[in-house]
Design a binder for this molecule. Structure first.
Ligand SMILES: Cc1cc2nc3c(=O)[nH]c(=O)nc-3n(C[C@H](O)[C@H](O)[C@H](O)COP(=O)(O)OP(=O)(O)OC[C@H]3O[C@@H](n4cnc5c(N)ncnc54)[C@H](O)[C@@H]3O)c2cc1C
Length: 277
């Protein structure tokens, strides 16, 4: 039997398909189709890429809205303040240009891989997700949305409609570090995103640090963040002792010890890059 394929042109149409058809949602398809392999798709497909309201980045009341069909390439082309440099750096390293042209930030989040490169920068930007069903919408921090490997707070009938990011303080800058077995087309062994603000004396007054691929979901390192406040970039020696929130596993890409050794170097380099020093 042929699979039904829905490509609505507005959000109401998409939510109606969600209600009536219990479809699988596909945006870029760059996670969905490789995972499907040769198996037939048994449920109807909802393609959300033709809904104009779901595509693009826009500011309103000091919040940046990123629609669910917004691609990595859209992010790279957007004019954004330096606090978004880490997100752009992650975008530049997702797969290849072809993957960046089709793959979306929302798909990266909903796929909920521990190695999703978009998560650490979006955690440091304190992103929220907007989820919609035919009977209403709800919003929650990204941290609450990601529940575990391949697990999110999405209900069967819900669509992730947009990410919302509060405007970061004007003096903040950011950087992203990705470690893999090679430079391109590689799944991260570990990745780190930092967002840093310096006061007039050059001391850190905002520190947000998130690490991915080293726990079931990417984590903010809040103990380290607190310790960095009031220090100058590079003054605090970051060691594995600062990584209490992480619980890396050993897998085909690297063992847990290697990850714990690599991350302090990533954080140190990222802080240096973010503060241009
Ligand atoms: C060759 C290759 C290289 C890759 N390299 C990287 C990499 O370096 N880093 C990285 O992080 N990822 C990488 N990926 C994975 C993938 O490209 C990204 O995760 C991408 O952002 C997924 O977006 P998508 O729009 O293609 O998602 P899709 O495949 O369309 O969807 C992914 C999942 O999310 C669900 N979904 C999508 N949109 C929504 C929505 N709006 N609401 C609810 N559910 C939704 C889908 O049902 C599906 O379960 C790679 C993939 C390939 C094939």
């Amino acid at each position: 039997m042929a699979t039904a394929y829905f490509a609505p042109l507005d959000l109401e149409g998409a939510l109606e398909v969600m209600r009536a058809e219990q479809p699988v949602i596909v945006a870029g398809g760059t996670d969905f189709f490789p995972a499907q392999g040769r198996a037939p798709v048994k449920r109807p497909i909802l393609d959300i890429t033709r809904v104009p309201a779901l595509r693009g980045l826009s500011w309103k009341d000091d919040w940046l809205r990123i629609g669910a069909a917004t691609t990595w390439t859209d992010v790279l082309r957007a004019d954004l303040p330096p606090a978004f440099d880490a997100l752009k750096a992650a975008a530049r390293e997702v797969g290849s240009i072809q993957i960046q042209n089709a793959g979306t930030l929302a798909g990266n989040l909903c796929n909920a891989s521990p190695a999703a490169d978009g998560v650490p920068p979006l955690l440091t930007l304190e992103a929220e997700v907007e989820l919609a069903a035919s009977d209403g919408t709800r919003r929650m921090p990204l941290e609450a949305f990601l529940k575990g490997p391949r697990q999110t707070a999405l209900k069967e009938v819900e669509l992730l409609v947009a990410l919302h990011i509060p405007r970061p303080p004007a003096h903040t800058t950011s950087a992203f570090e990705k470690l893999g077995a090679r430079k391109y087309l590689v799944i991260s062994i570990a990745m780190t995103s930092v967002l840093i603000g310096l006061d007039e004396e050059g001391k850190i007054n905002i520190a947000r640090i998130a690490v991915g691929s080293c726990a079931p979901v990417a984590k903010r390192l809040r103990t380290l963040e607190a310790e960095l406040i009031g220090t100058r970039p590079g003054a605090l020696e970051i060691t594995a002792a600062h990584l209490s929130e992480l619980a890396p596993i050993s897998d085909v890409r690297a063992d847990d010890t290697y990850r714990l050794e690599a991350v302090p170097h990533q954080i140190t380099r990222a802080i240096r890059a973010a503060t241009h020093g």
